[in-house]
Ligand binder design. Structure first.
Ligand code: PRX
Length: 655
């Protein structure tokens, strides 16, 4: 993709309005009301957010200062207010809703359990006390490496309750990735489980946790282990503590620690264009506020909704729309531990039927995978409880959007295609479903108070419809990231330097159509989007070259019908190139190696071996050329600057 002139080829002119039935019951019922909200925000950006913060958050002591930009691009919101996020998610509902179901959990084997708000509150309090008993205090970091079970949410909420900072590491990441994240965060505690159940197997979380702790992580003093699978695991006396022992005898009341609005609530590591993942740091009040406003505006949450976001708590989606947003608004949230295809590709729809899910939120990659299994599967289930559908993580291709609309939503449910990022904390560009007409493949319009734009290389607005440019956010918003943990300069460089501190650079390219609708076109940096998950090409390259057989590696994305983007690696070996460029055993070994270094999602789909990588005379790897080869496209670019033209044949697998 050229950076100056990213012209789009996607043409989609279908439009879908919400049904009268949906609109009648919606919180925001028409464009007039939505536009009035947007106008309020435009006229008084700070006042708009301050009013919402007063309305939506229960403060222990109120704030006076709204936005402090003195240290821009470091912004603080509501900084002199005091609150507790866990209090806002639990305690404040207890008078009216103590018996309401907070969490409906289903395991892969079909085990179901529910927790009311009173029960969840009790468990969070007991675990909060257990954390304290294990030496965790305000500001300490705790890494959470758990399966998708209620205890993961309990652990997050308990950290928030005592003012500790959690960093959840996705259970699919390897021991090596876990170790890197623990060390970067300087965590004092690791919270894990003996294992989890997924895909008919046990995910060996404790084994990976042991490996990580044995290889490094000097700051970790204790590891609290939840017994989920009850299979044998190794044990380090003095360090490992069973969860049930840790909470035994703990009181079911635990006073929340009141913290300032800017107290970090969590770190969440995500990939960037260099080899090292970034610890995105979020605040307490600002983050909480936008999870609440988007639960209301975008998910149109009502008291009787059953809300299911399929994301794992290891990703930001599982933070904002499983662990925090739904609880902050007192909703009922569904959690599922297992794979979408166990026992068959009807599992999601079976869950929707069984639990009466009304709002269902998932990733395009899951929709495409389930779509491939045929219409007959969903048609076996009663999906009539659904009233709203959502997608997140990558652009949804119009074909998958239409299938979702027709087969799952039965042409009745609006679809909210939500654009946002780990860094933004909550939805930024998304339809407000009772008001906005949707177009398949577009995330539609920025939410109230979100000043999003598409600009050219100089930072000027692109006014011509359908012309691509940089997606930027022009004004600070409450749930924005505050910095990158331990690397503030990288925060400034990555997000603010491109437009001299004026705009937040999202790292995506986008275009706006004649109606002002946003269409996300992809990343502008070397970040891949594999099944809606972010992976840096450099991260995979570093993993490959860490293998003793590999001298050099280049990794690019190529289109994949299910995953959106797949990983294609070009490798130069230290020894001889395998004959014909194929060595299945070595490829399998290197794929596993990358799996161990990062996690299974980072395994390259294909590896091709060459004597050299294509470089310009100045030594830069010609990535565009590699992308063309990986996608099987014809090479149109000038290759005359290549040092060694013969390697093109090798890279194409021809010799
Ligand atoms: O490229 C955009 C894509 O996912 C990136 C953010 O990834 P991550 O921080 O892992 O968060 C994913 C869940 C919020 C974005 O920069 N992306 C996310 N949502 C969409 C999207 N691309 C197109 N349409 C979306 N709705």
């Amino acid at each position: 993709m050229t950076r100056e002139n990213i012209d789009s080829i996607l043409q989609e002119d279908r439009q879908f309005s919400p049904t009268a039935e949906f609109t009648t019951a919606a919180r925001i019922k028409n464009m007039g009301d939505l536009e009035a909200l947007k106008r309020q925000a435009e006229q008084d950006h700070e006042g708009f957010w301050a009013n919402l913060a007063r309305q939506e958050i229960s403060w222990q002591s109120p704030f006076e200062t709204i936005l402090n930009s003195d240290n821009a691009p470091h912004f603080s919101w509501f900084e002199d207010g005091m609150l507790n996020v866990s209090y806002n998610c639990l305690d404040r509902h207890l008078d009216a809703k103590s018996g309401k179901t907070a969490i409906i959990f289903e395991g892969e084997k079909g085990d179901v359990c529910t927790l009311t708000y009173a029960e969840l509150h009790r468990e969070v309090c007991r675990f909060g006390n257990a954390l304290r008993a294990n030496g965790i205090e305000k500001g300490d970091r705790a890494v959470i490496y758990m399966p998708m079970i209620p205890e993961a949410v309990i652990a997050m909420q308990a950290c928030a309750r005592i003012g500790a900072i959690h960093s959840v590491v996705f259970g699919g990441f390897s021991a090596e990735s876990l170790k890197d994240r623990i060390e970067d965060a300087g965590a004092k505690l690791l919270i894990t489980a003996d294992g989890g159940f997924r895909g008919g197997k046990i995910v060996e979380l404790k084994q990976a946790a042991d490996k990580a702790l044995d290889r490094g992580c000097p700051t970790v003093e204790k590891s609290i282990v939840f017994k989920r699978t009850a299979h044998d695991v190794s044990w380090t006396e003095g360090r490992d503590v069973w969860w049930h022992d840790a909470i035994a005898g703990q009181s079911s009341s635990c006073d929340p620690v009141w913290v300032g609005s800017e107290q970090p609530l969590f770190l969440l590591y995500t990939s960037g264009s260099t080899g090292k993942p970034k610890g995105i740091q979020h605040s307490s009040a600002g983050y909480l506020l936008n999870t609440i406003t988007t639960m209301k505006w975008v998910f149109d949450i009502h008291d009787d909704d059953i809300f299911w976001c399929t994301a794992d708590v290891g990703w930001v989606t599982g933070h904002s729309y499983v662990a925090y947003g739904p609880l902050a608004v007192g909703a009922t949230v569904v959690m599922y531990e297992g794979a979408p295809t166990v026992p068959d590709a009807g599992r999601f729809w079976a869950l929707c039927e069984r639990h009466g899910v009304t709002i269902f939120y998932t990733a395009p990659t899951a929709i495409r995978a389930l779509m491939k299994c045929g219409e007959e599967i969903p048609s076996k289930y009663d999906l009539s409880s659904l009233r709203l559908l959502g997608t997140v993580g990558e652009p949804i291709n119009p074909e998958a959007w239409m299938w979702y609309h027709r087969i799952i939503g039965q042409e009745r449910c609006p679809i909210v295609d939500t654009w946002w990022q780990t860094e933004t904390g909550a939805h930024m560009i998304a339809p407000v479903p009772g008001a906005v007409v949707t177009k398949p493949g577009s995330c539609t319009l920025p939410l109230p108070g979100i000043d999003a734009g598409v600009v050219d290389e100089q930072g000027n607005d692109i006014t011509e419809p359908d012309k691509g440019g940089y997606l930027v956010i022009k004004k600070p918003w409450p749930s924005m990231l505050r910095t990158i943990w331990g690397d503030d300069q990288r925060y400034v460089d990555t997000y603010w330097s491109k437009f001299d501190g004026k705009y937040y650079l999202a790292g995506d390219s986008a275009r706006r159509d004649k109606d002002g609708y946003f269409w996300i076109m992809g990343r502008i940096d070397d970040v891949l989007n594999v099944s809606g998950h972010r992976l840096g090409t450099m991260e995979v390259e570093s993993a490959l070259v860490a293998n003793e057989k590999v001298a050099e590696a280049a990794v690019v994305g190529h289109p994949d019908p299910i995953k959106g983007e797949g990983i294609f690696a070009f490798v130069v070996l230290k020894g001889e190139r395998p004959t014909g460029g194929i060595d299945e055993a070595l490829t399998a070994a290197l794929r596993n190696w990358v799996g161990e270094q990062i996690g299974p999602i980072a395994k390259p789909d294909d590896i091709r071996y060459a004597d050299n990588l294509p470089k310009t005379r100045s030594g830069k790897i010609m990535r565009r050329l590699l992308r063309a080869i990986a996608s099987g496209e014809e090479i149109t670019q000038d290759t005359s600057t290549l040092e060694n033209e013969d390697i093109l044949k090798q890279l194409r697998g021809e010799t």
